[in-house]
Design a protein around this ligand. Structure first.
Ligand SMILES: *[C@@H]1O[C@H](CO)[C@@H](O)[C@H](O)[C@H]1NC(C)=O
Ligand SMILES: *[C@@H]1O[C@H](CO)[C@@H](O)[C@H](O)[C@H]1NC(C)=O
Length: 197
């Protein structure tokens, strides 16, 4: 007993020293973390805000060997609902400059549309317009909106964007160009108006 006691005391002394050393070390090297601050728009290179108009066609392809819109979920009542209420569809739809699928590809609409209305075919649209054309390649606009598909023109908010479209805001107007009743495939004309830097 008498032999181990000094050892224990020595060990705790070392521990205390180490603890004190480390805590003072952390204190002296602690970074002044800053959670928020106000900055100028110029510091992010934001100069002039532009208003841009984009015009393209959205191809919703449900049929064939390579559909770009696939149903990923539904509710037990979806099959008996006149408005497909509860259906959730994942899309990776091509966006082209003309209404023909083989016209120039400018991007893809990637995201989800879901049947969110019990009184009409009204979709909740949550998607990104991921552009691949020219200087917009790699930039995307985000849509979060309501799409009552049988209305002639549907307007959906552009809620933001990335790349060229940082701080984007605006709206998209969608108009059905053609709809194939047998396959369910649709070509939708989009006019997008967006403020961005
Ligand atoms: C867009 O960017 C990607 C990645 O940088 C590149 O691979 C692709 O070729 C570009 N596409 C066009 C159409 O410029
Ligand atoms: C905004 O418009 C100016 C003048 O047309 C142009 O030079 C600039 O590249 C545009 N900026 C963006 C982000 O498109």
């Amino acid at each position: 007993m008498a032999k181990t006691l000094p050892n224990l005391t020595f060990t705790s002394l070392i521990l205390t020293i180490v603890t004190v050393l480390f805590s003072s070390l952390t204190l002296s090297t602690a970074k002044p973390y800053r959670f928020s601050r106000t900055i100028s728009p110029e510091s992010l290179g934001l100069k002039k805000e532009n208003l841009s108009h984009f015009h393209f066609y959205f191809h919703d392809i449900l049929s064939g060997p390579k559909p770009t819109a696939v149903r990923v979920a539904s509710a037990p009542m979806t099959s008996t609902s006149a408005t497909f209420f509860g259906s959730v569809v994942m899309i990776d739809n091509p966006l082209t400059v003309g209404p023909e699928l083989n016209s120039k590809l400018v991007g893809r609409a990637q995201g989800i549309y879901a049947s969110a209305s019990q009184t009409e075919v009204g979709l909740l649209m949550v998607l990104n317009l991921a552009f691949t054309h020219g200087k917009y390649n790699g930039s995307a606009l985000s849509i979060l909106g309501r799409n009552p598909v049988f209305s002639t023109v549907r307007e959906m908010p552009i809620v933001g964007g990335s790349g060229f479209f940082r701080f984007a805001r605006g709206y998209a107007r969608a108009k059905t160009h053609s709809f194939d009743l047998s396959t369910g495939n649709a070509v939708v004309e989009y006019n997008v108006y967006v403020f961005h830097y």
